[in-house]
Each structure stands twice: as structure tokens, then as C-alpha cells.
Design a protein around this ligand. Structure first.
Ligand code: SAM
Length: 286
């Protein structure tokens, strides 16, 4: 149990008048044992720069700080700021709060680090922006990226899509290809709805994603274009689903592309490995 001398989260939310907002994806964690567990699986954290998206009243923030992290927390809801200020006072110099939309702020407005240490991203993500945040971070131009690991809460169904391979056909799609290309992703544990206030309708999971230091060479935009076309009509054969594929230079000759990639045009997207998608993406630019 975290003994930081700060008030229980239930009291914090009440005294700050933070009525949970569905539009902001606010499902709070009040149990500091659980937030402590999340912080520990993201650790060791002593002196580690952590960016947290959506600290809310600060349950996970407090756990990260108790484990020794230096936290930058990005929160859109200004009603949470007084609670976060109280936490910052309890941990002088170790918590910076940025008010704003994480889609714009992370990583663009993160403070520069003199020591050049990579960030770690740890968050109970707002589910409405969780997937665009994740794909933006994985499609980072510079690779290895600005972070060394991500430990993130998603809806269980999204977590399954992140870790899916062609063996799990129903879940395998664009997200699985992207994550499988540039990261090693695994589900660490599930979190039941009863742990949140208010409880969401679905099960959640903590997912760890570690950047792959040398992913197969390919442009993120090309891979995105190819997987969008292939999975856009996932029940169709590739020779059909890829028909509209075009690069900024113009339409792609799909028959020639499949032949150069050594792929059978009658195959379906959900049977292709990540390496085969990368080959298609690379050759589509050639
Ligand atoms: N971390 C807290 C916890 O575990 O109790 C709150 C998690 S809650 C699922 C998501 C948080 O993200 C909310 O505090 C919400 O206000 C915030 N949020 C929603 N959209 C955001 C955005 N685009 N950028 C930054 N924060 C956002």
C-alpha cells in the first residue's frame, strides 16, 4: 500500500468536484494497491522519466512517484489540476503537469532531457483516444523511438488486437501488424470493471510494448497504406482487396506487386505474416 500521506482518491475526486465524464473516457482507479502493481510492472522506476497520459485525480501518478519515477503528466481536464498540484507539492521537483490534449502534446511538448534518457510511457489511457495515441507513437519517424517501453491499459478487446498474430485471425488486423512490426507486445494482466469508478462495460488489460531495436526496414506510411487496403476488405483475396492501392506517386500494379513479393493473389490479409506485409509495403514503393 502506498503511504504518501495524501488523501484517499475517493475524497480527492469529491472535494475537487470531478464528476466522471464519459466524453473524456474517465474511468478512475481508486485502489492504490492496483496502481502500485501497474507502476511496479513498468519498473524499476527510480530516476526514470515517465510520461503519463490522463492522470485524472492521480491514482497512477502517485504510484509512479512512490516508485521513484520523474513524471510528466498530460491531462485535458482542468478540474483535475488542483489534485495534481497537491501531488506535485508532496513530491517537489518530480511531477510536471501539462494541461492539454495528449494527441498534440506527446511527444511534441515534452520537456527536453539534458541526460538524453528515453521516456517510459505508463498510462491508464482514455479509451476514446487510446488507439490513435498508440499508433502515433509506434509510427514515430525516428527509430529507436523517444521511449524505451510502454505499459498501457486498454480495453481487453483492443489489447487482443495489439498482440494478435495470423494464428488469431479474428483479432489480427492493422494494429497487430503495426505493433508486431516495431514492438514486442504482450498482455501482462487483466483488470476487471469493478476496479474502476465508474465501472466500464468491458474488461481491461495492461499491455507492455517494447520497441524492437531493428525492425524490418519499411516506411510506416507505406505499411499503413497496404494494411488499410488489405484489411479494409479482409474477407476478399489480396488481388482484389489491394486493387485500389496507390502511393503518392500513383496507382500500384497489384499483380506485379504480389508476384515480386512471392505471394499468392488468392491469399487473404489475415493469413499474411508481419514480414510479408513489410515486404509488400517496401515493394509497393519500388
Ligand atoms: N489515470 C487516471 C486513473 O487511472 O484513475 C485516470 C484514467 S481515465 C481512464 C483517462 C484520463 O485521461 C482522464 O483523466 C481524462 O480526463 C484524460 N483524458 C481524456 N482525453 C485526454 C486527452 N486527449 N489528452 C489528455 N488526457 C485526456
Amino acid at each position: 500500500m502506498i503511504d504518501d500521506g495524501l488523501p484517499p482518491l475517493r475524497d480527492v475526486v469529491e472535494s475537487c468536484g470531478i464528476e466522471p465524464s464519459r466524453a473524456l473516457g474517465q474511468n478512475f482507479l481508486f485502489d492504490l494497491n492496483l496502481t502500485g502493481r501497474i507502476a511496479r510492472v513498468a519498473g524499476p522506476l527510480a530516476g526514470v522519466p515517465v510520461v503519463e497520459v490522463g492522470p485524472g485525480p492521480g491514482g497512477l501518478t502517485r504510484a509512479l512517484l512512490a516508485e521513484g519515477a520523474e513524471v510528466v503528466a498530460v491531462e485535458r481536464d482542468r478540474r483535475c489540476l488542483p489534485a495534481l498540484r497537491a501531488i506535485a507539492d508532496r513530491y517537489p521537483g518530480r511531477l510536471t503537469v501539462i494541461e492539454g490534449d495528449a494527441l498534440e502534446v506527446v511527444p511534441a511538448r515534452l520537456p527536453a532531457r539534458a541526460d538524453g534518457r528515453p521516456w517510459r510511457i505508463v498510462a491508464n489511457l482514455p479509451y476514446n483516444v487510446a488507439t490513435p495515441l498508440l499508433t502515433g507513437w509506434i509510427e514515430a519517424e525516428a527509430w529507436p523511438p523517444w521511449y524505451d517501453r510502454m505499459v498501457l491499459m486498454f480495453q481487453r478487446e483492443v489489447a487482443e488486437r495489439i498482440v494478435a498474430t495470423p494464428a488469431e485471425r479474428a483479432d489480427y488486423g492493422r494494429l497487430g501488424v503495426l505493433c508486431g512490426w516495431r514492438t514486442r507486445a504482450r498482455i501482462l494482466f487483466d483488470v476487471a470493471p469493478s476496479n474502476f469508478v465508474p465501472p466500464p462495460k468491458v474488461m481491461s488489460s495492461i499491455v507492455e510494448l517494447v520497441p524492437n531495436p531493428s525492425p524490418l526496414p519499411c516506411g510506416a506510411a507505406s505499411l499503413s497504406r497496404v494494411t488499410a487496403a488489405a484489411f479494409g476488405q479482409r474477407r476478399k483475396m489480396l488481388r482484389q482487396s489491394l486493387k485500389g492501392l496507390a502511393t503518392p506517386r500513383g496507382p500500384v500494379d497489384v499483380a506485379s506487386l504480389l508476384e515480386r513479393a512471392g505471394l499468392d493473389g488468392t491469399a487473404r490479409a489475415e493469413t499474411l505474416t508481419v514480414a510479408e506485409f513489410v515486404t509488400l509495403a517496401r515493394l509497393s514503393e519500388a
